[in-house]
Design a protein around this ligand. Structure first.
Ligand SMILES: *Cc1c(COP(=O)(O)O)cnc(C)c1O
Length: 381
């Protein structure tokens, strides 16, 4: 009996996106092979981290890199690195729960437009968010006033899908660096393009950038990548496993490190144009096969939910939000089960998105059939 059957679970076809709640992404054979090989031998974990970090830095054209147990974990480690600078005494005091002490900065500046469900990572690192601006606008003096001797870092979330109110990254980097404050860019889902692996740090001047290993990179779901300034990456490493410190709880195992490295290697060597052509073919197939559904308007969108260049199809349904929600739920509960992305929270959604990038061969046609089945009669009666 297979794994899913034995546990009474349904395999889900993922026509939505790289959601943690759906398992992130699927690892290609070279990643699985690397994990299996790493799993077969003991190794000095300090040496593994250092060697993999050097290789990840080369591959991503950065000064330094570090493998973590996820992008959220990389955020925690990045904030701890900024708070302690890698000083073992400060790391020790933070691990023992030191709070409000004058020599340990404890504020992380964030734009209101950048508040995301992952920013409790700041709290987990013993700091608090100092919010500036509102979702529509931030003034440069608001940033200047927030940068004080309490500031550990600025956490900047990248992506054109966010509300428009944040200052541009280059301006934030300039203002922060004038005061010696590092800028950490959360770029978890900002791939493709592959050049973002070095853009935020080497080109835009941020001190650290952090990515999910389990999204577009198709590494292990529980892996993340930190890239950037060598001293800060080293400071992050000193806060994490196998050291017995605060972030010991966010351990990346030898398998995750090996898997992430193989995934990054694969990603930088990948034929991204061919991949984009595959996605366009799936999008064209859906537009051709779903446009005749009564009450359904199918359109191509060039960007995915994180604002990145992955095309997808929007299906606007001429039916009440209740019926749209029921259809999306039915798709997900059917056999085969298909996960799609509602265009608003269920109950408000007027349609859904179909994304091509997480599908396995042959699944696009199954999605087509299931969508026709569940959306076909929706507007008609
Ligand atoms: C997915 C995501 C994270 C968390 O990444 P994990 O690798 O799942 O820990 C953090 N920030 C943003 C913007 C994300 O999209």
């Amino acid at each position: 009996m297979g794994f899913h059957t034995a546990l009474g679970l349904t395999r889900v076809i993922n026509a939505s996106t790289t959601f943690t709640a759906l398992g992130g992404s699927l690892m290609p054979p070279e990643v699985l092979d690397a994990m299996r090989e790493a799993a077969g031998a003991f190794v000095d974990m300090h040496e593994l981290h250092a060697a993999a970090g050097r290789r990840l830095a080369e591959l991503t054209r950065n000064e330094a890199a570090y493998a973590t147990s996820g992008c959220a974990a990389a955020l925690v480690l990045g904030v701890l690195a900024a708070r302690t600078g890698g000083d073992p005494r400060l790391i020790g005091r933070i691990s023992e729960g030191a709070a409000g002490e004058p020599d340990i900065p404890d504020e992380v500046v964030m734009h209101a437009a950048h508040r995301i469900p992952y920013d409790p990572a700041v709290t987990l690192a013993g700091a608090r968010v100092r919010q500036i601006g509102n979702v529509l606008q931030t003034f440069d003096w608001e940033l200047e006033a927030a940068l004080t001797e309490r500031t550990a870092a600025v956490l900047y979330v990248a992506g054109s899908h966010l509300p428009p109110g944040a200052l541009p990254l280059d301006q934030v980097v300039r203002a922060a660096h004038e005061r010696g404050v590092p800028v950490i860019v959360d770029a978890a889902a900002q791939l493709p393009p592959v050049s973002n692996l070095w853009h935020f740090t080497a080109e835009a001047g941020a001190d650290l950038a952090v990515f999910s290993g389990g999204k577009a990179l198709r590494g292990p779901q529980a892996s993340g990548l930190m890239v950037g300034r060598a001293d800060l990456v080293e400071a992050a490493r000193l806060n994490g496993a196998p050291y017995q410190r605060l972030a010991r709880a966010m351990k990346a195992g030898k398998e995750e490190i090996a898997g992430l490295l193989a995934a990054v290697q694969r990603y930088v060597e990948l034929d991204h144009d061919a991949l984009a052509r595959d996605w366009e073919a799936t999008v064209a197939h859906w537009l051709a096969e779903l446009s005749d559904l009564p009450g359904v308007t199918a359109t191509r969108d060039p960007l995915n939910e994180a604002g990145q260049p992955v095309p997808r199809v929007h299906l606007r349904v001429d039916a009440t939000p209740d019926r749209v929600a029921a259809a999306i739920t039915a798709l997900r509960k059917d056999d085969p089960a298909v996960a799609v992305l509602p265009d608003a929270p269920l109950g408000a959604a007027r349609g859904l998105w179909l994304g091509p990038d997480q599908l396995q061969p042959g699944e696009a046609e199954i999605v087509t059939a299931q969508v026709r089945r569940h959306l076909g009669g929706l507007a008609a009666d």
